[in-house]
Design a protein around this ligand. Structure first.
Ligand SMILES: Nc1ccccc1C(=O)C[C@H](N)C(=O)O
Ligand SMILES: [Zn+2]
Ligand SMILES: [Zn+2]
Length: 211
């Protein structure tokens, strides 16, 4: 069976919308191909939470592991995409529970009809802390979302992140699920081996599961 790759990652470019106040994405050419130079080499500067990314425990726990030290198995394997479009600003246990079964280890939530590639959209769907508890209780090890955070933009308590910490779960944020039907897939979304940092951009992809 053909299992084409479905790219669920944001393009990283200077116009990338970023969290208010965070580091904008910039790029520059350090060496430019030309008569005296046989190569192009560039430099980039970006927030660790740019685009589609994986939070490290260090993001919400000062003693937490940096992204370069996380267990990579979490980011590769079967994942269930669930469609919560139009269900409001907060994903609750009642919304999520009907989509789960004992086999599900990774859950990716779709909340946008169309991913807001060209603007920062602060009215994104967050995930209720007790929904994280439900997922953890069902054996889910990774929660992903097409929103830029699992907590509301104005959160000061980071309730969902702290429940993720308590459960030892992992997080993907900023996924692009516009072209993905609800269902089960193989997820591949490995973070960079950034030795000291709180998050890493990922190239997240899905494939149909082998029959
Ligand atoms: N860039 C930030 C700067 C300050 C506070 C939050 C962010 C975020 O991007 C949210 C983040 N992705 C999160 O894991 O919730
Ligand atoms: Zn993040
Ligand atoms: Zn986060």
């Amino acid at each position: 069976m053909d299992r084409p790759i479905i790219d669920i990652s944001q393009p990283l470019r200077p116009s990338l919308p970023v969290w208010p106040g965070d580091t904008p994405f910039t790029e520059e050419r350090t060496w430019a191909y030309g008569p005296d130079c046989p190569v192009n080499v560039s430099a980039l500067r970006l927030s660790t939470h740019s685009g589609t990314h994986a939070d490290a425990p260090l993001h919400y726990d000062p003693a937490g592991a940096p992204i370069g030290a996380v267990d990579l198995d979490t980011y590769v394997g079967p994942a269930r995409v669930i469609d919560l479009r139009g269900k409001g600003p907060l994903a609750t246990p009642d919304m999520i529970a009907p989509h789960l079964d004992a086999s599900v280890r990774r859950v990716l939530i779709r909340s946008w009809d169309l991913f807001p590639h060209d603007r920062w959209e602060e009215a994104f769907m967050a995930i209720a802390p007790d929904a994280i508890d439900l997922l953890a209780g069902r054996g889910v090890v990774l929660i992903g979302t097409d929103a830029p955070s699992i907590d509301p933009q104005d959160s000061k308590t980071m309730g969902a992140h702290l429940r993720v910490k308590a459960a030892g779960m992992h997080i993907l944020e900023g996924l692009v699920l516009d072209d993905v039907e609800a269902g089960d897939y193989e997820l591949i979304a490995l973070p960079l081996k950034l030795a000291n940092l709180d998050s890493s951009p990922v190239r997240a992809v899905l494939r149909r599961l082998p029959e």
